[in-house]
Write a protein that binds this ligand. Structure first.
Ligand SMILES: Nc1ncnc2c1ncn2[C@@H]1O[C@H](COP(=O)(O)OP(=O)(O)OP(=O)(O)O)[C@@H](O)[C@H]1O
Ligand SMILES: O=P(O)(O)OC[C@H]1O[C@H](OP(=O)(O)OP(=O)(O)O)[C@H](O)[C@@H]1O
Ligand SMILES: [Mg+2]
Length: 286
């Protein structure tokens, strides 16, 4: 059974999605720049569509699963199964107003104000939940310009670094939704498809787990082993291997958090370790 996975054809998420699938051993094969489908390592078939259309395609059964932004999944409001947070494409959907508007909080938004957004549903829901009655001005992009054109008072738009808002003289006043890329599937998938999707989750998850980790090897003086054990917790404690010379050193292998590697290497050095080697891990199945 060939599972169809809908992936973004271009834009913010497409490169990172491809990288993730490649790293998981599901290489996007036979894809020309404008191809609409491609084989993914022979196991799955990728269909390339706009990120925005992916929730609909998956919900309608045109694809078994898909990768797209949580913002788009939420806006679509379709019944989908959330399989996995892929931890990239991180951004927030925010309410923003012109610096000089005097609006610094959602409470300052007055009834009847016009809100430009590419996310009309989420915008409407957000203000409705707060008991505020606004009018959504739906746009398909560049919402940030709307207040300057006089077609809206405020905007609800995506931001990550904040530079687009700043460049447009807008101030963020509230967060509507936090988003990142997600793997979603249709709720109606048959058991065989579910099994394949579990395998896909395992493959993608093992890459994500490995990204934050490094494999560390070091020659450790036998006398320092106790100290090293404290520095290197590893997955199940470090692996200790005898070195052929049978002498004063043993080899220690461990998986360590990438962000602590600087500190770890210094600590090992201080314990008299030698030949310290740090490498990336491709996949980590715990
Ligand atoms: N600044 C950002 N930083 C991180 N992720 C973002 C950012 N902007 C958008 N995203 C994520 O990427 C998704 C796709 O955005 P993208 O800009 O590629 O497509 P689009 O603008 O919706 O569509 P199109 O370019 O086809 O009109 C968004 O729905 C969101 O999840
Ligand atoms: O906070 P920042 O880092 O500035 O990012 C925010 C911008 O990124 C997205 O647009 P994108 O660049 O994807 O262009 P688009 O409008 O063509 O989708 C979003 O719609 C904002 O305009
Ligand atoms: Mg965009």
């Amino acid at each position: 059974m060939l599972l169809k996975i809908a992936l973004p054809n271009k834009g913010r998420l497409s490169e990172e999605v491809r990288e993730l699938f490649n790293d998981a051993g599901l290489e996007v094969r036979g894809r020309g720049e404008r191809a609409l489908t491609a084989s993914l390592g022979g196991e799955f078939e990728a269909i390339f569509v706009r990120a925005q259309d992916i929730p609909e395609f998956v919900a309608d059964g045109a694809a078994h699963a898909g990768v797209t932004g949580w913002d788009l999944v939420s806006e679509a409001g379709r019944e989908l199964e959330h399989l996995m947070d892929l931890e990239f494409g991180k951004c927030r959907l925010v309410v923003a107003a012109r610096e000089e508007s005097g609006i610094t909080h959602s409470n300052d938004v007055r009834d009847g104000m016009r809100v430009a957004s590419c996310f009309p549903r989420l915008t409407q829901d957000y203000f409705a939940r707060r008991g505020q009655s606004i009018t959504v001005v739906p746009v398909s992009g560049a919402a940030e310009i709307a207040p300057h054109l006089g077609i809206a008072d405020i905007v609800v738009d995506l931001t990550s670094t904040g530079s687009t808002l700043k460049m447009n003289g807008l101030r963020e006043v509230a967060t509507v939704l936090e988003s990142s890329a997600r793997l979603v599937s249709s709720k109606t998938n048959v058991p065989e498809a579910r099994k394949r999707l579990d395998e896909l989750k395992l493959a993608l998850g093992s890459v994500l787990a490995a990204r934050g980790k490094r494999y560390l090897m070091a020659n450790v003086p036998r006398d320092s082993l106790a100290g090293v054990r404290e520095v290197l917790p590893g997955l199940n404690g470090p692996t200790v291997v005898d070195v052929l010379d049978g002498g004063t050193f043993v080899a220690v292998h461990a998986v360590v958090a990438a962000k602590t590697i600087y500190r770890t290497v210094n600590a090992l050095k201080a314990l008299g370790c030698e030949g310290i080697l740090v490498t990336r891990i491709e996949r980590l199945v715990a």
